[in-house]
Design a protein around this ligand. Structure first.
Ligand code: ADP
Ligand code: MG
Length: 693
């Protein structure tokens, strides 16, 4: 089969719907999917029956509502199609089973918004994201809400935020005489990951329990030669990538780009963008499939943001834009952006939104894992800023200063090699150091962590831009001279939010003090970043845009902090166990062995030199004592945390436990470099990073 034939073979997509559904039903379903019309529930029975028939022909025996609880992962509970009829079995799937499910909600995070005795939860079909068959089960993308209607997942608020943006964007477009059925946000998320061998993985408790190495001295070779990025793909990795592509294509995911990333053993996959909720589902499925395919190849795919210290971590660039159902991209500047009033207005709205709500945007990507990247010198800094590039930057400068803008076409690039073509240069260079960069016709939000559900960042982005659109529309609707009023508004807003624009090196030493002068937030860890979510102005924007109720917004922040506390707690406990049960005894045994060597050598003659052993004995014994004390301190500090208050507990994790862990690690990593490799209980960084051939 060719790729176009294989593509989407496991998906109940438009083509299959058209083929298998009665015409009226098909039309009603498409109207919901494409134009956002409310779902006509009377069609559910017909859709369910066609879906089941198709799924069974693909080998499915079960179905599951597939949802995204606030664990950050997906959840599924499989039910068989099987039902008794007399003493025979038949396969049945009723409309009501498609539309709602009723999983017990009490064991999923709710941020205290739902008491355990009110355990009822519902999953409800999201018809805008296609169902698919995987490993014998029909997967139906659903939202997840409590009995009282509070959202318990990432999909429901994401869909609400898309509705909010749709509503306000259409008001803005109407000012320009543009009518459309729907404005959808679009997302393409580039996924970074590491591959290590399963053999090494199974010997590392830390990687198994926490997704990252808690110990490990650097290998002699890291990423300093800069030879891994876009380097030749190793055979085993290439096989994995091929297999991954085929699987993703079969699930209708347009996996497009694959390459080696900066760090050894690090790689990336980028799909073609799509409507946000479908893209989010696609990314959740991608992460799961990456792990499964790796396993088939004797590998383990690490999605953690920082599996290894001293080399780059992984992120997920969230490319984001907005398009009408007729394909008009609202962030497309066109050939003459200075004359494109709609583009300028949309740009001003995004800049205003990002400046006004930088705190919640930062908080939306905060996690224990991502804390190792943001602000470290490899990922965008923890400060939110917007990069526009030379051309747009100059345009915004002119608007703010009231000067007229002369559009300079970038000169075509000539390479000085007569045989090679002369090509037009892009209007914007790339700035990899910016957390929120304009890249041609979209913004790229680079702060998202590699294992995060991208819905979280997009809920915030959609909500805050919808809010800016709403304010703009309120002001401009009914203005007699609309264009003049719009130009004035654009100038005023760009001036007011000029501080968020930063077109220079975000990794440079000057940026932090400069950002502080501008009054920009700089929250370096989750404990410091999340509390802005509780601030009234931030809660209000969610409430106003009908994305979260006040209780839901607060519950989200609580869950984020709880998750942070639990993650660090698991990491600390894992570290304590590894140190106490494996590392400290190993070093002690190795020192004892060295001592024996000294005695036996000296038994031969006093004159046999023993300086090598003695030096090692002294240093290792000293380090091992210190490590043991550092572990004891970590244990005591961990025990002392008052878990009744999540804000203070998260502060203690960030400012006491994490520094304690760094201390333990530094001592252990030095011991690793001094202990015989015959003794060391774990695979080293060399084993982990260089074993996949
Ligand atoms: P770049 O080279 O600037 O990173 P690419 O064309 O390689 O741009 O795209 C990177 C990612 O951005 C891809 O996943 C792509 O599908 C996505 N993308 C492109 N256009 C849009 C858009 N309008 N909205 C959302 N994502 C987009
Ligand atoms: Mg990119």
């Amino acid at each position: 089969m060719t790729i176009p034939e294989k593509f989407g073979e496991n998906v109940f997509n438009d083509a299959v719907q058209k083929e298998t559904l009665p015409n009226e039903v098909y039309k009603a379903l498409r109207a919901t999917i494409e134009a956002g019309k409310p779902l006509d529930v009377s069609i559910a029975g017909a859709v369910a029956s066609a879906m089941k028939k198709w799924a069974v022909s693909k080998g499915a025996t079960h179905y599951t509502h597939w949802f995204q609880p606030l664990t950050g992962l997906t959840a599924e509970k499989h039910d068989g199609f099987i039902e008794p009829e007399g003493d025979k079995a038949i396969m049945r799937f009723a409309g009501k089973n498609l539309i709602v499910g009723e999983p017990d909600a009490s064991s999923f995070p709710s941020g205290g918004s739902r008491a355990t005795y009110m355990a009822r939860g519902y999953t409800a079909w999201d018809p805008t994201s296609p169902a698919f068959v995987k490993e014998g089960t029909l997967y139906i993308p659903t939202i997840f809400v409590s009995y009282t209607g509070e959202t318990l997942d990432n999909k429901a608020p994401l869909l609400r935020s898309m509705t909010a943006l749709d509503k306000q964007a259409k008001r803005v477009l109407k000012l320009f005489g543009i009518e459309c059925k729907k404005v959808a946000t679009t997302v393409g998320s580039e996924q970074e990951y590491f591959l290590i061998t399963e053999e090494a993985y199974l010997k590392r408790k830390d990687v198994q329990l926490t997704g990252r190495t808690l110990f490990g001295a650097p290998a002699a070779r890291g990423q300093e030669l800069e030879d891994q990025y876009f380097g030749v793909i190793k055979t085993k990795v290439g096989e994995f990538m091929r297999d991954l592509d085929e699987q993703l294509w079969s699930y209708g995911i347009y996996s497009k780009t694959k390459h080696n990333e900066v760090a050894p053993a690090q790689h990336e996959m980028a799909p073609v963008f799509g409507t946000t909720n479908v893209a989010v589902d696609g990314n959740m499925l991608t992460m799961e499939i990456m792990k499964k395919v790796a396993q088939k190849h004797g590998l383990v795919c690490l999605l953690h943001e920082k599996p290894f210290e001293g080399i780059n971590g992984s992120g997920k660039h969230n490319n984001w834009s907005m398009s009408t159902d007729k394909g008009l991209n609202l962030l497309d500047p066109g050939p003459a952006p200075e004359k494109n009033l709609l583009f300028k207005l949309v740009l001003a709205a995004v800049i205003k939104a990002v400046d006004d709500y930088q705190g919640i945007l930062r908080a939306s990507v905060a996690s224990a894992g991502n804390d190792h990247r943001l602000g470290a010198n490899e990922a965008p800094p923890a400060i939110i800023s917007v990069y526009l590039g030379d051309q747009l930057g100059a345009l915004v400068d002119c608007i703010v200063k009231g000067k007229s803008y002369v559009h300079e076409k970038p000169a075509p690039a000539s390479i000085g090699v007569p045989e090679s073509p002369i090509f037009p240069k892009d209007a914007t260079d790339r700035n990899r150091t910016s957390p929120f960069a304009f890249t041609g016709n979209k913004f790229e939000f680079r702060m998202v962590g590699s294992q995060a559900n991208v819905a979280e960042a997009n809920i915030v982005l959609n909500t805050i831009v919808a809010d800016a659109f709403e304010q703009f529309a309120n002001e401009l609707e009914g203005k007699p001279d609309f264009e003049k009023a719009a130009e004035a508004l654009i100038k005023r807003e760009l001036k007011a939010h000029y501080r968020i624009i930063f077109n220079l090196d975000g990794y440079g030493p000057d940026w932090e003090p400069e950002a502080a002068k501008r009054g920009l937030l700089n929250h370096k860890n989750t404990a410091d970043a999340v509390p802005v979510f509780y601030e009234k102005s931030n809660v209000d924007v969610f409430v106003k845009q009908s994305v979260f109720t006040e209780a839901e917004a607060i519950a989200r922040a609580d869950i984020r902090l709880e998750n942070y506390i639990k993650t660090i707690n698991i990491e600390a406990l894992t570290m304590i166990e590894m140190a106490k049960r494996d590392i400290i005894p190993t070093v002690s045994a190795f020192v004892a062995k060295l001592c024996k060597n000294v005695t036996s050598k000296q038994a031969v003659c006093d004159c046999v030199p023993v300086n090598a052993e003695k030096g090692l004995i002294m240093r290792l014994a000293e380090l091992n004592d210190k490590a043991s004390a550092a572990v004891a301190k970590l244990e005591a500090d961990l025990k002392a945390i008052d878990h009744s208050d999540i804000k203070s507990a998260s502060q203690a994790m960030a400012h006491i436990v994490i520094p304690d862990m760094a201390e333990v690690r530094a001592l252990v990593d030095e011991m690793e470099t001094l202990t015989s490799s015959d003794y060391w209980p774990y695979p080293t960084y060399f084993d982990l990073l260089y074993s996949v051939k």
